[in-house]
Design a binder for this molecule. Structure first.
Ligand SMILES: Cc1cc2nc3c(=O)[nH]c(=O)nc-3n(C[C@H](O)[C@H](O)[C@H](O)COP(=O)(O)OP(=O)(O)OC[C@H]3O[C@@H](n4cnc5c(N)ncnc54)[C@H](O)[C@@H]3O)c2cc1C
Length: 418
């Protein structure tokens, strides 16, 4: 039985573990923590083929600079002298152009649809992940938001996704319990959502049943290389050998990529969320979605619970949470849903935060490298790790077994920044 070691127990690592174990590989997953919390838990759970626009857009770079001066804004870069931050920033600015946005629409749609197919036809049948396919709303409140949304709809329709622009009345009819202060929305009927917490727990149970070894408190600190291959990896207490290795260490993948001499620009983009019981009519929101001008997400993640989340804070991993950002999320929620008025003091002890792995263009890194023959990388999924998680695991299996991949992965190449 071929042996594989996966570094990282988030959705990308565990999804890879599941596909590999089912295909007969002997799988070990190492995680520096205890598999009970990482970015794959407190997120909004969107499974969204509709996210066909790469993160690096000309608009986000321009807006990002303005937002940096506001402590409640949805985007922030902690100023610091760091070679990897500067390298990432340079890649991001250079990638944020119209040509890339157009070029990446089809690959993002295709991997999104593949992932959704896997969640609907495989995962949902084997695990309780509370997957629901009822669409997603992207709500705007300004004329500018409406204009931008109309052009997004046109792109999505050209990509043959089931999407439409709806007006204020149609939006309100979809959300009968909650007053919505907006001009309208994009209704992404093609999207679904799930409960990330249930997903991760169910996946771990499934992996135990499949005989996958999961080792916690096992931070990979060193990689021993010989003749174009990884020979072994080391934690503080042990060394591990295997036929193949998968790097899926989320926002920390850049540290290990350096040891592998790979040029993978990557930073951690911290986001926050808060999960509340639906204990009032106004909180009984029926669909998941995004508030365009508020730049935050809402998601009825499980029966009886609603989650609000957002912000992108490019900051060191050891900086404590900045609660002003959470205030910004709550303020945006109140502006769009005026009956929902939550103060930070009420929910401060329930705030969750996690680091998204943000690549140099916001597109994932999935593939092989010409440097190390027995390595697959699966990271850099940014705001799409859950959405693309199922497809990522399947692609890792296909790559390791030398099969034709189910979708074209050229756009996710590890060598695009060389
Ligand atoms: C507020 C918010 C909302 C979001 N909403 C959505 C959404 O609706 N839909 C969506 O698709 N995505 C969403 N995301 C993004 C999504 O959560 C991430 O893309 C995804 O969780 C990343 O998964 P991962 O497996 O790459 O990383 P992680 O889940 O962070 O897992 C990486 C793991 O690697 C381990 N690790 C790191 N270094 C080492 C090492 N050296 N040795 C061993 N282990 C190591 C870590 O401990 C961690 O457990 C959201 C994120 C945030 C913050």
């Amino acid at each position: 039985m071929p042996k594989v070691i996966i570094i990282g127990g988030g959705i990308c690592g565990l999804s890879s573990a599941m596909y590999l174990a089912k295909a007969g590989w002997e799988v070990t997953v190492l995680d520096k923590n205890d598999f009970a919390d990482n970015c794959s838990y407190g997120n909004a759970g969107f499974v969204c083929p509709s996210h066909y626009i790469q993160l690096a857009t000309p608009g986000i770079v321009k807006q990002g600079f303005k937002w940096m001066l506001n402590n409640q804004s949805p985007f922030y870069i902690q100023p610091r002298i760091s070679k990897s931050l500067i390298g990432w920033g340079w890649s991001f600015i250079r990638s944020a152009n119209k040509q890339n946005v157009e070029k990446h629409g089809i690959p993002l749609r295709d991997i999104g649809l593949l992932s959704q197919y896997e969640y609907e036809n495989v995962w949902q049948k084997e695990m309780d992940i509370e997957y629901v396919h009822k669409g997603m709303l992207e709500i705007f409140k300004t004329e500018k938001g409406k204009e931008e949304s109309a052009s997004l709809v046109a792109i999505g329709q050209r990509l043959e996704l089931d999407i439409e622009l709806i007006d204020r009345e149609e939006l309100q009819a979809l959300e009968p319990h909650t007053k919505v202060n907006a001009l309208g929305a994009i209704h992404y009927k093609c999207d679904g959502h799930l409960s990330p917490d249930k997903l991760m727990k169910a996946l771990i149970t499934q992996l135990h049943q499949l005989g996958v070894k999961m080792i916690n408190n096992a931070e990979v600190t060193d990689i021993i290389l010989a003749q174009n291959r990884i020979q072994s990896i080391k934690t503080k207490t042990a060394a591990f050998e295997a036929d193949a290795f998968v790097l899926a260490a989320g926002a920390w993948s850049g540290i290990l990529a350096k040891k592998l001499d790979l040029k993978l620009p990557l930073v951690g983009g911290r986001g926050y969320s808060v999960t509340l019981p639906i204990d009032s009519e106004a909180l009984n929101i029926q669909h998941p979605g995004l508030l365009v001008e508020g730049r935050c997400a809402f998601s009825p993640i499980e029966n009886g619970k609603i989650r609000f989340g957002g912000t992108m804070e490019i900051t060191s991993h050891n900086v404590p949470p900045r609660f002003e950002r959470v205030k910004g999320i709550l303020k945006a929620v109140h502006e769009f849903f005026p009956e929902i008025d939550i103060s930070l003091d009420e929910i401060k002890d329930r705030v969750w935060s996690g680091f998204r792995p943000i690549s140099g263009d916001g597109m994932p890194y999935i593939g092989r490298t010409s440097k190390w023959r027995n390595l697959i990388v699966a990271t850099g999924h940014g705001q799409l790790g859950i959405s693309l998680g199922a497809a990522t695991g399947l692609l890792v299996l296909e790559l390791l077994e030398g099969k034709k991949t189910s979708v074209d992965i050229t756009a996710f190449s590890l060598e695009r920044f060389n």
